[in-house]
Design a protein around this ligand. Structure first.
Ligand code: FMN
Length: 196
């Protein structure tokens, strides 16, 4: 049987009981590793405020509802992109293509003027749209839910566009991959990794 890593949760004092279930100290590494088993795409969330463009790499993106058309991104409270979204009440989700891993790395940094290093054009809500992305979802902020270190930012989608001809950038086990060929089945039927 495949190896399985289990991290037990130790109950804390009675004083911490909430609804009959005790919150427990959680090992951050174990939590990160468990979440990292969930494969996702990679997006850059962009926003423009006070004449300046901002953007950050994000994998916590998901569709929320069709009616009304809504999506969610989870952003750290400390994100500069969030600060711009808060001021402009608008943002764009740029779903990255397989050939945009460099863009993903750039937007994962805290560099100033990230948008000046890539091709983009302003969209209908003002947030920059990255050239070459698989899709663009332009949003106004519908709701923000604060929880822990992050914010769930719910966007009302006002315009979309997509290009079905390219492979996606992927994120799995803390690594980015340039498309599905990177995880193509090997001769023994097991997935192979691009870096092997
Ligand atoms: C693959 C990947 C996924 C990421 N996902 C998120 C995310 O979902 N939410 C978030 O706040 N930061 C995420 N980050 C970290 C941000 O990209 C990083 O903090 C960035 O510096 C934010 O830039 P900003 O402060 O200019 O907005 C991710 C980074 C990488 C490489």
């Amino acid at each position: 049987m495949a190896p399985r890593t289990l991290t037990s949760i130790q109950p804390t004092g009675v004083g911490n009981l909430v609804g009959g279930v005790s919150p427990a100290p959680m090992d951050a590494g174990a939590l990160r590793a468990a979440c990292a088993q969930f494969a996702t795409g990679v997006v850059v969330v962009t926003a423009s405020a006070d004449g300046q463009d901002f953007g950050g790499t994000v994998n916590s993106f998901t569709s929320l509802s069709l009616e009304p058309p809504q999506v969610i991104v989870c952003l750290a409270r400390t994100s500069n992109t969030w600060s711009a979204i808060e001021r402009s009440q608008t943002f764009a989700v740029n779903v990255l293509a397989a050939d945009q891993l460099g863009t993903a790395q750039l937007f994962a940094s805290k560099e100033v003027g990230k948008l000046s290093q890539v091709d983009s054009e302003p969209g209908v809500v003002g947030a920059p749209l990255l050239t070459g992305a698989l899709s663009h979802l332009e949003c106004t902020v519908a709701d923000v839910i604060a929880s822990g270190t992050h914010l769930l930012v719910i966007g009302r989608v006002v315009r979309v566009a997509h290009d079905a001809a390219k492979d996606p950038a992927l994120f799995f086990r803390s690594q980015m991959f340039d498309g599905f060929s990177a995880a193509a089945p090997s001769a023994d039927g097991l997935p192979i990794r691009r870096d092997q």
